[in-house]
Design a protein. Sequence first.
Length: 130
Amino acid sequence: MKKTPCPWIFTGIVWISAILAAFSCAPKYSSLEAGQPKEAVACIACHKKVSPRYFQVWAEGPHARAGVTCLDCHRAEASDPEVSQAHFKQYEREDLPYGKQEYKTPVRAVCASEVCVRCHSDKARALRMP
């Protein structure tokens, strides 16, 4: 009489296969930093940790697919009155690898519509831009 393998072996194989399939279909975030300036890499790495929901929305959206990073839309001049002072405080945090002066970049927390129309000129009318 031939012995049949235990049913739990087959169940285990099915579960392992399902888990591996799920991970192979998960979004690949590791390539988002490729070819980006160090300040943009800092943004990506920090937001991945500090504000994962914002990071996920960006990483799975059209801007990340097009290679558009936080800096492309949020970078500002140091003299801009809309520069986020709260963001500057992040560069004083020693618990973050990018909390250093060399990565300090003035950014706006919210982008003005004129930033959007740099790439989305077709939306200027909807934004009431001349």
